[in-house]
Design a protein around this ligand. Structure first.
Ligand code: DX5
Ligand code: ZN
Length: 221
């Protein structure tokens, strides 16, 4: 069984002071940095790219960076993120013309690879690629924005994904993204997740000058 990891989503951080915010959540006990990449095409919002990932590395951030690609197409941006210091690169299978190829590309560049499932996307995309994924990310909101409510049917999907992972015997992480809060994280964990993205729950708790508030939220998770 894997240890549980807390992955603050920097989508809800103060972008004007991103480096400090990331350092604060890591020193407050967060394990990995969740990095949401949106292209105003696959999802209706626009965020940050490889330059910002590289800037965090140059700022001295050594924790794993978990790059969640909400872009289409996916393949041409993958090498840029690998070069910029990404640790995990996950993408939505509907956004790739060749899912198996994209997964292989990520691993060939030395990163861990993952597939992301929107609330209505079936887990059957995993049927023939389980051996090529290091992470399964279930979206518990529709992608594009922080601060949305957790969709409860995701709990059943988590149980199904957990069963697939256990049956495979592979060391695949099961990550959940969207609407994760202090008051629902136990239930989400009980359903099988081991990696917890939280954006508004963590960064909404205070700003960088008030870093001890991150501490209490992360500790409660
Ligand atoms: C949504 C992003 C999430 C988002 C989560 O498309 O993938 O990572 O930042 O934010 P909260 O935790 O506020 O739902
Ligand atoms: Zn995300």
């Amino acid at each position: 069984a894997n240890d549980n990891l807390i992955a603050p989503s920097i989508l809800s951080a103060d972008f004007a002071r991103l480096g400090e915010e990331v350092k604060h959540v890591l020193s407050a006990g967060a394990d990995i940095v969740h990095f949401d990449v949106m292209d105003n095409h696959y999802v209706p919002n626009l965020t940050i790219g490889p330059l910002v990932c590289k800037a965090l590395r140059d700022h001295g951030i050594t924790a794993p960076i978990d790059v969640h690609l909400m872009v289409k197409p996916v393949d041409r941006i993958i090498p840029d993120f690998a070069e910029a210091g990404a640790s995990y690169i996950t993408f939505h299978p509907e956004a790739s013309e060749h899912v198996d190829r994209s997964l292989q590309l990520i691993r060939s560049l030395g990163c861990k690879a993952g597939l992301v499932f929107n609330p209505a996307t079936p887990l059957s995309y995993l049927d023939y690629v389980m051996d090529k994924v290091d992470m399964i990310l279930l979206m518990s909101v529709n992608p594009g924005f922080g601060g949305q409510a957790f969709i409860p049917t995701t709990l059943d999907k988590l149980r199904a994904a957990r069963a697939r992972i256990d049956e495979s015997g592979l060391p695949i992480r099961l990550e959940i993204d969207g609407g994760v809060k202090v008051d629902n994280i136990r239930e989400i964990k009980a359903a099988g997740a081991d990696t917890f993205v939280a954006g508004s729950a963590i960064f909404g708790a205070g700003r960088a000058e008030d870093a001890n508030r991150y501490d209490s939220v992360i500790a409660a998770m």
